[in-house]
Design a protein around this ligand. Structure first.
Ligand SMILES: NC(=O)c1ccc[n+]([C@@H]2O[C@H](COP(=O)([O-])OP(=O)(O)OC[C@H]3O[C@@H](n4cnc5c(N)ncnc54)[C@H](OP(=O)(O)O)[C@@H]3O)[C@@H](O)[C@H]2O)c1
Length: 297
């Protein structure tokens, strides 16, 4: 049997990490197989290891002990929290990335960093051209700023680095797991208001996981955008997810909902580069049908 590629998912207890680790495990009997290790920080999960990426020595020891060929940083501080506590954001997002850059540089491991469309300032009009991988970052909030600097650090590893810039993700990991926006929607009842100010290429977390695995299999390096095919506000997305949320009776559009910090307006993203590798993305309608059939419990 061919040797397995050892992949470490850092932040495997999070929304994306939970899905990514499952998708990698499903492939264990396929031709391109992976041995997967996952880490958590505050939320212990069975079979996972405890790691704080702010701690340089802990990262070095982790890399020496487990020696993964590939590391995926899915650990983050979320946007609102970055604004509240910029020092923590810097320590986790920027210093955390630096710690892995150092360790991967010594071990020769590949480093995959999950970034965001918040590295861009957003576009006023929906008619403007989409952001490509070459569009220069110009963040307007702490989260975007930290991710921009972390990207720069990671890309110093050259062909051993990959930055994936993700649009907002939705999807389902199962009851009692982290489900992000859909988990929040499931907790709501009756009439609800949802924002129309910001539009993004909302993307299904299953597709994001498969895209990362596809890039890994293709040994891609550099920067790739990962985004869904439709430009949607949270109001539009909620309307499309209603089949999964029977307790919501009506969704009212509200242009005044803007979140607790400065967010970009429209974030159109080009996915031509990743699609040229044969990696494609589902519409929300397709994703909902899949979630209803296979994973929604
Ligand atoms: N969610 C989105 O819509 C979205 C959009 C664009 C980009 N992204 C990016 O995609 C990646 C995954 O996002 P997500 O939604 O899955 O995030 P998430 O659910 O908030 O998960 C964050 C993960 O980071 C871990 N973590 C936090 N502090 C840590 C530390 N000091 N050391 C080690 N691990 C730490 C958490 O561990 P514990 O929970 O165990 O504490 C958790 O596993 C992130 O890089 C994020 O910036 C997400």
């Amino acid at each position: 049997m061919a040797a397995l590629t050892k992949v470490a998912i850092i932040g495997a207890s999070g929304f994306l990490g939970t899905k990514l680790i499952k998708k990698l495990d499903y492939r264990l009997d396929s031709a391109s197989s992976y041995e997967v290790i996952g880490t958590y920080y505050n939320n212990p999960k069975e079979g996972m290891l405890d790691l704080d990426i702010q701690n340089e020595r802990a990262v070095t020891n982790f890399m020496k002990e487990y020696n993964p060929e590939v590391v995926v940083i899915s650990a983050t501080i979320q946007g609102a929290k970055c604004e509240e506590d910029p020092d923590l954001a810097e320590r986790v997002i920027i210093n955390g990335a630096k710690n892995f850059v150092r360790a991967c540089s010594s071990s020769g491991s590949k480093l995959i960093f999950t970034s965001t469309d918040y590295i861009w300032p957003g576009k006023e009009s929906l008619e403007e051209s989409p952001y490509t991988e070459d569009s220069p970052p110009n963040p307007i909030n702490v989260y975007g700023y930290c991710k921009t600097l972390a990207e720069e650090e990671v890309l110093k590893l050259g062909s051993n680095s990959l930055v994936v810039r993700l649009s907002s993700m939705y999807g389902w990991n199962g009851n009692k797991e982290r489900n992000s926006f859909l988990g929040f929607l499931k907790s709501l009842k009756g009439e609800i208001k949802m924002g129309t100010y910001q539009r993004k290429h909302e993307v299904w977390v299953d597709d994001v996981s498969l895209a990362i695995i596809g890039l890994l299999t293709a040994n891609a390096s550099g920067v790739y955008n990962i985004a869904g095919p439709e430009m949607l506000s949270k109001y539009d997305l909620t309307q499309r997810l209603l089949k999964l949320c029977p307790n919501i009776t009506r969704v009212i559009p509200d242009s005044n909902i803007r979140g607790s910090f400065n967010i970009p307006k429209n974030l159109p993203m080009s996915t031509a580069k990743i699609e040229s590798l044969g990696i494609t993305f589902s519409s929300v309608e397709e994703a909902v049908e899949h979630i209803l059939r296979q994973t929604f419990r």
